[in-house]
Design a protein around this ligand. Structure first.
Ligand code: SF4
Ligand code: SF4
Length: 99
């Protein structure tokens, strides 16, 4: 099972103000990405948020959840099936030929 990692943007303090999850994750799952791109000027630091970009690398050690000072991270493992499980499922029946 691949984990589903959710970062609550409304609660998260932001990658610049906190960033603990990014520092502590042993698998470098989290990245900081901007939400807006300004033409001809730098992106405001407030316009960055934390993304669980490489969630498929997560080993479910729970360090990020325990470290987050505002409990903004949720990890569940039973909502997304792994690629191997999806491939193991029998294929759906093909529609009957129109000929
Ligand atoms: S549970 Fe562990 S490996 Fe997974 S995102 Fe959190 S710190 Fe990283
Ligand atoms: S540890 Fe929590 S508050 Fe800090 S950047 Fe990560 S999700 Fe946001």
């Amino acid at each position: 099972m691949l984990p589903k990692i959710t970062v609550d943007d409304g609660t998260c303090l932001g990658p610049h103000e906190c960033g603990l999850c990014m520092k502590l994750c042993p698998m470098t799952v989290f990245i900081a990405g901007h939400t807006k791109v300004w033409k001809f000027r730098e992106t405001d630091p407030k316009d960055y948020r934390v993304y669980a970009r490489y969630y498929d690398q997560c080993v479910m050690c729970n360090k990020c959840v325990e470290a987050c000072p505002v409990s903004a991270i949720t990890i569940t493992a039973d909502e997304v099936a792994s690629a191997a499980e999806l491939l193991a499922e029998p294929m759906a029946e093909q529609p009957a030929s129109l000929s």
